[in-house]
Design a protein around this ligand. Structure first.
Ligand code: CP
Length: 316
């Protein structure tokens, strides 16, 4: 099939076939990351600019590593080091960077819709690396790839997304992706952290984590997004950990082959205990490893300036 999009802005707009194609292409890139020389010439001569106006460890580094492994030239700009501190608008910043003729912008922004706004105004490919509470498409793709690696499928699985769903772009992208791919999604958390429209997205809403755990093939644990939260949504962190934290005792009720996932960063002892985060069911670092392959696939499919027919047989 052909992947004909200029941009990757969200999972909501993708078809199941496009998601499958992205996952298959990412699978074919995994092997490069295991080579002694982890570099292929695919994007030689292409320019990728990372614009991160919010903190990031995993997404920023893995997009940068992915671009460099494809031989693209990469540049990075952050809020503190940009002329935004002198009053320049985000759009003016991007227009000035566009004058330098990049091929791809990778954008993280605290405002939902910021990458979409830029995509409509630039000829370069735009990749959403997380916008406000809206979407984080590359995270959902790497999560789906990790589940598929372990379970061999997505269809028919029960994935429980646990915790602060209201403020989570990771949850939103995963809900779009997993439901499109035929998984059953349960959203579980305190009522104050569950968005009103969740059931309309095809999600079963529950509030008691101990009742959800035995049903799930995958437990996707979310961080409390304090930076996006208004006051008064939780009595205390201690109370949250007691009622919703995933710990060894709770996990005893889980299926024997359950996967424990977390997009990171982790707040150990709050939403997940250290013994679970580092334990035998955890695939958290596999998610990070798959993030590089997924981002290589996205950059490969969007960064060539011409839409390629590829999945596993790509000339990489
Ligand atoms: N999962 C994720 O987006 O992590 P970072 O904020 O470190 O990029």
């Amino acid at each position: 099939m052909h992947f004909r999009r200029k941009d990757l802005l969200g999972i909501q707009e993708l078809s199941p076939e496009e998601i499958e194609f992205l996952l298959n292409t990412a699978s074919s890139f995994k092997e490069i990351n295991l080579r002694a020389i982890k570099k292929v010439p695919t994007l030689r001569g292409k320019t990728v600019i990372h614009i991160f106006y919010e903190p990031s460890t995993r997404t920023r580094m893995s997009f940068d590593i992915a671009a460099k492994r494809l031989s693209a030239d990469t540049y990075s700009i952050t809020t503190a080091a940009s002329s935004m501190v002198k009053g320049e608008t985000f759009l003016d910043t991007v227009k000035n960077l566009e004058a330098m003729k990049p091929d791809v912008f990778v954008i993280r922004h605290s405002a939902s819709g910021a990458p979409q706004r830029i995509a409509a105004r630039t000829a370069a490919a735009v990749i959403n690396a997380g916008d406000g509470m809206h979407e984080h498409p590359s995270q959902a793709l790497l999560d789906m790839l990790t589940i598929r690696d372990h379970k061999g499928r997505l269809e028919g699985l029960t994935v429980a997304i646990l915790g602060d769903i209201a403020h989570s772009r990771v949850a939103r992208s995963n809900i779009w992706g997993l439901t499109k791919m035929g998984a059953r999604v349960i959203g579980c958390g305190p009522p104050t952290l569950i968005p009103m429209d969740l059931e309309k997205m095809g999600v079963t809403v529950r509030h008691r984590v101990d009742e959800v755990i035995p049903e799930a093939d995958v437990l996707m644990v979310l961080r409390l997004q304090h930076e996006r939260m208004s006051q008064g949504l939780l009595p205390s962190l201690r109370e949250y950990a007691r009622c919703y934290g995933i710990n060894d005792e709770r996990l005893r009720k889980a299926k024997k082959d359950v996967l424990v996932m977390h997009p990171g960063p982790i707040n150990r002892g709050v939403e997940i205990s250290p013994d679970v985060a580092d334990g035998p069911y955890s695939v958290i670092l596999e998610q990070v490893a798959n993030g590089v392959a997924v981002r290589m696939a996205i950059l490969y499919l969007l960064g060539q300036g011409e839409r390629q027919e590829t999945a596993s047989g790509a000339s990489i």
